[in-house]
Design a protein around this ligand. Structure first.
Ligand code: ZN
Length: 457
């Protein structure tokens, strides 16, 4: 029997008891945003550290933060040449409200059909436990061919306020050759997925000031420019009629999509109708020359996120507002430079702003896009997926960002393998969150093959 077969066999023989270890973690209500669950957060971190210690991890340490603990653990291979894999995960979950929409207790996991229902079943206790149980199956049946490090945080669902500093302060401890982040997910049940692109962002605010205070529109209307009108005109000039962004130079550094990439993206079978159903919009809108999936992850955008001026209370008030404000963000793709985009936007907006008002622009934040089709270990993971699913791997560009991957690239110099075994309709963050159990089992088998693939070189 080959090593993967031995380990997979171990998992199947012990499947019931190993699944129970997953269900036990789901039973801990580790809701990070709710102070009433502070003790549950500690309980979840301790449960995971105990689990890893029992697997023979030489170092298992819980670090206190201002809010919820970060767990670090390390297990070394007996091979001094072995590569090091860092696995990132989070053990916190979202709140469960509205509770009455749950068909079963969110913290009493229940099997219904092919799914396990519980808060965190998919996002992401299921993924963390899949990585641990795959590791157990390897450790119990053969030599571990790689060093494994775990970084598990309890603040992901509240924006990871402690994580950046922790990574910066502990870069040596976290040093590694590869990073596995299974917090992404699959595009469909038979489509194992690797996310290879994340968009970056430039976020800024435009403020247009007119009169020194709100004016009586009967006395002054028709004699001074209205900041709300002026800002609306500016915003209207930020896009061309074909849906593209009108800021000169905005697309100059955008890496064009190759035919191969377009094919890979098209392999994701999500339909336009699905986009309409999810958004509830009457029609899709965007750059004419690209498909909705391409626009979602591979093209840059500009959006007004907030727009404020004048009187917005109930009833009527006749004024010319003193000022108008808009919050605007651009989602960026490789190789756009977030500060360059800010300066291009600023110069363009100032150039079209009339001198009947005073226009100011300031920056909120700027972060680069991220492309990781060459993340170390990707070939091994893709091969493991192929063996288990017998289907081509989907390479996906994500529309949003995964800040931890960007920080790890900056601080540790390693790109992350962004994947996971959750499905798009798992209801993460919603009532009746669930994990498709057969997919979870396949995920464990894939990770077993992935870990062991480093021993054959
Ligand atoms: Zn998550």
């Amino acid at each position: 029997m080959s090593n993967p077969d031995k380990a997979i066999n171990y998992f199947h023989i012990n499947q019931k008891q190993l699944t129970e270890a997953y269900l036990n973690l789901l039973r801990i209500p580790s809701i990070s945003t709710n102070p009433d669950h502070k003790a549950d957060m500690v309980k979840a971190a301790e449960y995971l550290s105990k689990t890893l210690a029992e697997l023979g991890f030489e170092r298992v340490e819980i670090f206190q933060t201002k809010m919820h603990p970060i767990l670090f653990a390390e297990k070394r291979s007996s091979n001094p040449e072995a590569k090091t894999l860092l696995i990132y995960g989070h053990y916190d979950v979202q709140p469960v409200d509205p509770l009455d929409e749950w068909k079963s207790d969110p913290f009493q996991p229940e099997f219904r059909g092919e799914n396990v229902y519980a808060r965190g079943a998919s996002d992401m206790k299921g993924q963390v436990m899949a990585s641990i149980l795959a590791l157990e199956s390897v450790v119990k049946t053969s030599e571990l061919p790689i060093n494994i490090k775990y970084l598990l945080e309890g603040e992901e669902e509240i924006g990871s306020p402690s994580l950046d500093k922790f990574i910066i302060d502990n870069a040596d401890m976290l040093s590694c050759d590869m990073i596995l982040n299974p917090d992404a997910g699959m595009v469909g049940m038979n489509q194992p997925t690797l996310v290879y692109g994340l968009r970056g962002m430039t976020y800024f605010e435009v403020r247009v000031d007119g009169p020194k205070a709100d004016l009586h529109s009967g006395l002054w209307g028709g004699n001074v420019a209205n900041p709300a009108t002026v800002l609306s005109e500016i915003i209207a000039k930020l896009h061309n009629p074909d849906g593209s962004v009108a800021i000169p130079g905005f697309y100059d550094r955008v890496v064009p999509l190759t035919d191969d990439e377009r094919k890979q993206i098209a392999a994701n079978k999500t339909s336009d109708q699905a986009f309409l159903d999810i958004t509830g919009s009457p029609a899709l809108y965007g750059e004419e020359d690209y498909t909705p999936l391409e626009r979602q992850g591979a093209r840059p955008t500009l959006d007004v996120n907030g727009f404020y001026s004048g009187f917005i209370g109930d009833g009527a008030k006749t004024i010319i507002p003193a000022y108008a404000k808009a919050k605007i963000s651009c989602r960026l793709v490789p190789d756009q430079d977030p500060m360059e985009i800010y300066n291009l936007a600023k110069n363009y907006i100032l150039s079209i702003a009339p001198d009947t008002v005073r226009t100011k622009i300031f920056l909120h934040s700027a972060g680069p896009a991220y492309l990781a089709n060459d993340a170390p270990g990707a070939e091994n993971l893709v091969e493991a997926f192929r063996e288990v699913w017998n289907a081509p791997v989907t390479f996906k560009r994500e529309g949003g960002s995964i800040p931890v991957a960007t920080v790890m690239l900056q601080e540790l110099g390693v790109k992350s393998l962004l994947t996971g075994f959750g499905l798009p309709d798992d209801g993460i963050h919603s009532p009746n969150e669930h994990q498709h159990y057969p997919t979870w089992l396949k995920g464990i088998e894939a990770l077993i093959r992935f870990y062991l693939s480093f021993g054959e070189e």
